[in-house]
Design a protein around this ligand. Structure first.
Ligand SMILES: *[C@@H]1O[C@H](CO)[C@@H](O)[C@H](O)[C@H]1NC(C)=O
Ligand SMILES: *[C@@H]1O[C@H](CO)[C@@H](O)[C@H](O)[C@H]1NC(C)=O
Ligand SMILES: *[C@@H]1O[C@H](CO)[C@@H](O)[C@H](O)[C@H]1NC(C)=O
Ligand SMILES: *[C@@H]1O[C@H](CO)[C@@H](O)[C@H](O)[C@H]1NC(C)=O
Ligand SMILES: *[C@@H]1O[C@H](CO)[C@@H](O)[C@H](O)[C@H]1NC(C)=O
Ligand SMILES: *[C@@H]1O[C@H](CO)[C@@H](O)[C@H](O)[C@H]1NC(C)=O
Ligand SMILES: *[C@@H]1O[C@H](CO)[C@@H](O)[C@H](O)[C@H]1NC(C)=O
Ligand SMILES: *[C@@H]1O[C@H](CO)[C@@H](O)[C@H](O)[C@H]1NC(C)=O
Length: 423
């Protein structure tokens, strides 16, 4: 029959494209349409699978025949079952596994196993005024769903920035044909100069490890029938200290110089970014000696106790895991209220001018030359009680109306005694 001759060599997929052409040319294209929702179906191991097939025809039919075949690559197709009208003839070997309820041509496979993976071919013959037929091929894959993946980081104890390497491994207990995708802070990760993936992407190697690698990592395990994401894991990365700064609760800060009112207590705060937290130490620098005066992030300087008007300090931050340290120098200048006001009100241009004249780059040097040239030997100014503390009208009066030089000159022995009583 002409209809058979044209139909047989072409699958219905072909027909969809070419049928119209033949139909137009010959007017005898198949009146039988056999369709499948998808030519590839991903089945789950152990579960039933329906291979849904639909067909329709518009000729009178005396017999409808449905045949299912199974073929694995590089092997000849196997007969599974067939039907004519309502009667089904199964291959007895597979009788309990495959079900066909004609005239519905859909095949049910229950249960589906990995060995059932392959191509399923359905052929429908409609016999009436001649025989028309159509066939379809469906590729079936069978997979075991993935279980929730687990991420492990090596070394689990943490990595020192730029020193160690970090390996993240994603594992699933079950699952076939698993593909892995790494996520950092919810975004997919791609290979880069510091990220290397194993061939199936289940392992991520980070070399070198940097502070920027801190984040929330997770692994996505996917196969054709399932997707699971791991819990988020955040690696421990040791870094720093970075960005060491010293700040004070009061006092005027210009560059690295803090100008403090005489008698005032000033609290300094040293901070730097690091993991684990830094250990801080405060060092006071005298002529040729350096003394560690305190440990910890805070230092209180009571100007009364400072034996000089200009004192150099240093804050050291040390990360005991990275073994790195940083230090910053700063100078505290103890001055009177009057002088401090003068400093605050001084236009920036004057200050810059002074800087230019002095030829120094360090603001501290400029201060000394410009403002304190008239200061006598600083060791001669051991302590000056704060007006509020001493309550002495004499000191207050001097403070307001005299020059700094005069205050320094007028410090009596008695003041020291006052201070000692106060402490
Ligand atoms: C049968 O269907 C085909 C297309 O599906 C159409 O071209 C043809 O005319 C139909 N024949 C009859 C007798 O209805
Ligand atoms: C199939 O069914 C048709 C119509 O229902 C009938 O004419 C025909 O004889 C049946 N064929 C067989 C083999 O049972
Ligand atoms: C054929 O059977 C399948 C599965 O049992 C069902 O989904 C489908 O709707 C049926 N088709 C028809 C035309 O009844
Ligand atoms: C059978 O086919 C022939 C030629 O193709 C046509 O003349 C005839 O009308 C058809 N009969 C039926 C019942 O469809
Ligand atoms: C880190 O990886 C680099 C390059 O693969 C290697 O040379 C180095 O020895 C590794 N370092 C550690 C601590 O494993
Ligand atoms: C990582 O997760 C924690 C808690 O879920 C969250 O507080 C933090 O902001 C996250 N970090 C980033 C970089 O998204
Ligand atoms: C400081 O050290 C220098 C040289 O190292 C020395 O000449 C000077 O006398 C020292 N000063 C004091 C106060 O110890
Ligand atoms: C390192 O520093 C941290 C934080 O200051 C501290 O808790 C830890 O005891 C220190 N470890 C050692 C070995 O000194």
């Amino acid at each position: 029959m002409g209809q058979d001759a044209f139909m047989e060599p072409f699958s219905s997929t072909f027909c969809d494209l070419q049928c119209n052409i033949y139909f137009l040319l010959l007017g005898i294209c198949s009146a039988l349409r056999l369709t499948v929702p998808s030519h590839t179906i991903h089945g789950i191991e152990g579960q039933p699978l329906h291979l849904t097939v639909d067909y329709n025809f518009n000729t009178t039919a005396s017999e409808i025949q449905i045949i299912w075949l199974f073929e694995k690559p590089q092997s000849i197709p196997k007969y599974l079952l067939g039907s004519v009208n309502q009667s089904v003839v199964p291959d007895l070997e597979y009788k309990h596994k495959f079900t066909l309820i004609p005239p519905n041509a859909s095949l049910m496979i229950n249960p589906l196993h990995v060995t059932d993976e392959g191509n399923y071919i359905v052929k429908v013959n409609v016999h009436g005024n001649g025989t028309i037929s159509a066939n379809q091929k469906i590729q079936v894959t069978v997979d075991v769903p993935v279980t929730k993946p687990v991420v492990q980081i090596e070394p689990s104890s943490g990595v020192v920035e730029y020193v160690g390497n970090m390996t993240l491994t994603c594992t699933v207990r079950k699952g076939t044909r698993v593909g892995y995708q790494w996520m950092k802070n919810g975004k997919p990760m791609h290979a880069s100069s510091s990220y290397t993936f194993s061939s199936n992407h289940d392992t991520l190697l980070i070399v070198p490890v940097m502070k920027e690698d801190i984040g929330n990592y997770s692994c996505l395990a996917t196969n054709p029938v399932s997707t699971m994401e791991s819990e988020i894991i955040a690696p421990t990365i040791f870094y720093g200290p970075y960005g060491l700064t010293v700040n004070s609760d009061k006092g005027l800060k210009v560059g690295e110089v803090f100008t403090v009112d005489i008698g005032e207590a000033i609290l300094f705060d040293c901070s730097a970014d690091s993991n684990p937290p830094n250990t801080y130490s405060w060092i006071r620098r005298a002529d040729n000696t350096t003394d560690v005066i305190k440990y910890g992030p805070h230092l209180e300087v009571v100007s009364e106790k400072v034996a000089q008007t200009t004192v150099d300090y240093m804050c050291c931050a040390y990360n005991n895991v990275t073994g790195k340290r940083d230090e910053t120098h700063f100078t505290v200048i103890i001055t009177s209220v009057v002088l401090q006001r003068k400093l605050q009100s001084r236009p920036g241009a004057d200050y810059r001018k002074a800087q230019t004249f002095s030829g120094h780059e360090n603001a501290m040097d400029d201060f000394g030359i410009y403002e304190f040239i008239a200061f006598p030997d600083p060791t001669g100014v051991p302590t000056v009680p704060s007006p509020s503390v001493s309550g002495s009208g004499f000191v207050q009066g001097q403070d307001l109306h005299s020059t700094v030089y005069e205050i320094i000159q007028h410090i009596p022995e008695q003041q020291q005694e006052d201070h000692q009583e106060g402490t």
